[in-house]
Design a protein around this ligand. Structure first.
Ligand code: G
Ligand code: G
Ligand code: MN
Ligand code: NA
Length: 253
């Protein structure tokens, strides 16, 4: 109860904020999207990592209002960027499992799209494989979301447990290769095979593929030579505050 109160107060006091990590189209070198990542500036503890509070928010159910705040803030920001010349910038938002299971999710996203006037075609929702264990439920939810016009990415792809056969039944648009495969890819032949196979799999299923955690030019070159569509990682940029995104995107156009 104490944690729940702390999270609720943090939301009321405006202690949460978003940073945005750019995603680059590998062929053109353009920044085509950003991933919104939440941060908590705690009154006494300073900056608290989402890895420390998202699981608690998930347990207490506070992830639902916090997740709504993230979606609304991200859509508002993206709409502002669109008005300021970054016309096609895609906004990716992480969903937590409890949010994904909540009955109200599609309605809540529909309201946020209406309120903010953001183009749903540029809103991307990131889910993980572990959220899709209840296959029937997941497919129904994904269809509801797709009807809103948003796109769906599978985050941390390759680390979950879902059977590959589910992929063909899920209305998803994009796979994000988990950064644990990217980090050792050039020294570990297994990782290299996994990465090139995920890229080929995605393309055979008509999905886009994004590599996460790209840190070196050599990794980027390997991904380019295998036709990976997009990459995200410290090589391009760490997650940035909103005011730095505008400049970075215009530099890279
Ligand atoms: O940004 P960072 O790498 O510290 O994020 C740590 C973890 O927290 C990542 O797994 C990321 O997906 C998750 N995370 C960051 N922001 C959000 C958010 O807004 N909602 C949810 N559900 N998870 C988030
Ligand atoms: O689970 P998710 O992919 O949403 O997590 C994003 C997290 O990955 C963020 O906390 C972000 O800070 C971190 N991250 C982003 N790029 C890199 C990178 O190039 N290397 C490493 N080690 N972490 C990264
Ligand atoms: Mn993510
Ligand atoms: Na990830």
């Amino acid at each position: 109860v104490q944690l729940e109160n702390e999270l609720r107060k943090a939301l009321e006091r405006g202690e949460f904020f978003l940073v945005y990590q750019p995603q680059m189209d590998i062929a053109s070198g353009r920044i085509v999207g950003v991933e919104a990542l939440i941060r908590w500036r705690h009154g006494e503890k300073g900056l608290v990592s989402p890895a420390d509070f998202i699981p608690l928010a998930e347990e207490t159910g506070m992830i639902v209002p916090i997740g709504e705040w993230v979606l609304r803030t991200a859509c508002r920001q993206a709409k502002r960027w669109h008005g300021a010349g970054l016309a096609d910038l895609r906004m990716s938002v992480n969903l937590s499992s409890r949010q994904f299971m909540s009955q109200d999710l599609a309605d809540s996203i529909r309201r946020i799209i209406q309120e903010t006037g953001f183009d749903p075609g540029l809103l991307d929702l990131e889910i993980t494989e572990s959220m899709t264990l209840d296959v029937g439920r997941a497919i129904a939810t994904l269809h509801q979301l797709k009807q809103l016009g948003v796109s769906i990415s599978i985050d941390d792809f390759g680390t979950g447990y879902s059977s590959l056969s589910y992929l063909k039944n899920f209305p998803v648009d994009r796979l994000k290769i988990d950064r644990s495969f990217i980090s050792q890819m050039l020294s570990d032949t297994n990782d290299r095979s996994i990465v090139s196979t995920i890229i080929a799999l995605a393309h055979n299923l008509n999905l886009q593929v994004v590599a996460e955690g790209v840190e070196t030019d050599a990794q980027s070159a390997f991904l380019a030579s295998h036709g990976c569509d997009e990459m995200q990682g410290y090589l391009i940029s760490k997650p940035l505050p909103e005011e730095d995104i505008h400049r970075l995107v215009l530099q890279r156009v």
